[in-house]
Design a protein. Structure first.
Length: 411
């Protein structure tokens, strides 16, 4: 019985099998990246790639923040979503001597609820790749309204003319040093170096409101030539005043006697003058029929005037105690461009002196005060500069003054 069973096993082992007639696929080596199934198919080709799941609010319980003390202030610390992952941030809540930690925690939770940190909408917005368009919108909403009317108009024109056409639609990460340098090279081919510099400063201001660091950029800007600003000498001012007529005779005289900016002159009202004390208060400025505050905090000032200038203003007012001092025929403020184009420019041409704008009176006034030995701090106060450094930039010397200095210091 045993022999017959062995015979059957041997016979079975030598019978041909259709499965064994086919060549077997090669066996994968240990540590190989490819895995085979019994039919020889590659599992890697069928399995999906190992992708990281996107963050969703459904997998989060929400955050109320953690109050932490920084100096004498409570801050609420929380995790903020960004395209590069979650980053820890903090927001100041209040002074430590004015609230407890429990109160800071409650106020911090209210702040996080206000910004919607636990909402799907906030998450979707935070994870979206930032673009230059979104950065520009943020800057227009947060920064542009704080500009003076003149600066706002100029900035809006510059953005629409030179910045937005170049970077519109680009991802914010694409607006890097290389892209900006190529843009600068194109601007330099058709614009003045100072103009290019101002445009680049405006672009950096836009990027800074989206936390894009530009301080380390070493851009190659066109060199700004060291050209002296046009300024009127005392002799030139006397000729201009003598040739001017009507209110412009008083306007040009007051511009030199006070050193005021054109907008400050056009914004003067009769009540700003104190003829008893011999002063005029600078309270406002104008731009395109819009009255606004002076250029800076130092711009609000009281200026002492000479008796001759005060008398000419009194004659112009002819008894009026209110209203604009200088105005158009319809009572609106003068415009610096129109005064230069239609009055001052033709006068300079008629007198045969180099062309100069309204600002040349201001530069001439500072130079005359410096030449007279007036203390720099007094000059700064009268002119309304924010620093002595700016005042020194307004100082000019004629060739005659430099010749006299050379002779005076000769051995």
């Amino acid at each position: 019985m045993q022999n017959s069973r062995r015979l059957v096993l041997v016979c079975v082992s030598i019978l041909p099998s259709p499965t064994f007639d086919r060549a077997l696929p090669p066996v994968a080596a240990v540590g190989s990246q490819s895995t085979l199934n019994t039919s020889g198919a590659n599992l890697d080709a069928l399995s999906p790639p190992n992708r990281k799941a996107k963050p969703t609010m459904g997998k989060r319980s929400g955050q109320a923040g953690t109050p932490v003390r920084k100096g004498n202030f409570w801050h609420i610390r929380y995790l903020a979503d960004t395209p590069d992952g979650r980053k820890r941030k903090s927001y100041p809540i209040g002074r430590c001597d004015e609230m407890t930690k429990t109160q800071a925690r409650r106020l911090g939770a209210e702040y996080l609820s206000k910004i919607g940190i636990n909402t799907p909408q906030h998450l979707a917005k935070a994870l979206a790749a930032p673009t230059f368009d979104s950065a520009l919108t943020k800057w227009k909403v947060a920064r542009l309204p704080g500009f003076k009317p003149s600066g706002r108009t100029t900035s809006e024109y510059t953005v629409g003319k030179h910045i937005e056409p170049r970077f519109k639609g680009m991802l914010l990460e694409q607006v890097d040093k290389q892209a900006v340098q190529m843009w600068v090279n194109d601007l330099a081919a058709s614009l003045a170096p100072k103009t290019v510099s101002n445009i680049v400063k405006l672009l950096k201001s836009i990027l800074s409101w989206s936390d894009v660091g530009t301080r380390d950029w070493k851009l190659r800007l066109p060199e700004i030539p060291d050209e002296e600003q046009r300024w009127f000498t005392k002799d030139e001012v006397e000729k201009i005043i003598e040739a001017a007529t009507g209110q412009y005779k008083i306007l040009f005289g007051l511009a030199y006697a006070s050193g005021m900016r054109a907008g400050e002159l056009f914004g003067l009202h009769a009540e700003d003058f104190n003829f008893k004390d011999g002063t005029v208060r600078v309270m406002r400025s104008t731009f395109r029929n819009i009255e606004t505050s002076p250029k800076s905090q130092k711009g609000r000032r009281t200026i002492y005037l000479d008796s001759r200038t005060l008398l000419s203003v009194q004659e112009l007012l002819n008894g009026r105690t209110s209203g604009r001092v200088f105005m158009t025929k319809v009572g609106s403020p003068l415009k610096v461009g129109e005064v230069g184009r239609y009055v001052l420019g033709p006068l300079c041409k008629k007198l045969g002196i180099p062309h100069g704008g309204m600002h040349a009176f201001r530069h001439g006034r500072v130079s005359k005060m410096q030449d007279a030995g007036v203390n720099e701090k007094v000059i700064q106060t009268e002119i309304g500069h924010s620093s002595l450094r700016m005042t020194r930039r307004y100082t000019h010397f004629s060739p005659e003054q430099r010749r006299q200095t050379a002779e005076k210091l000769a051995i």
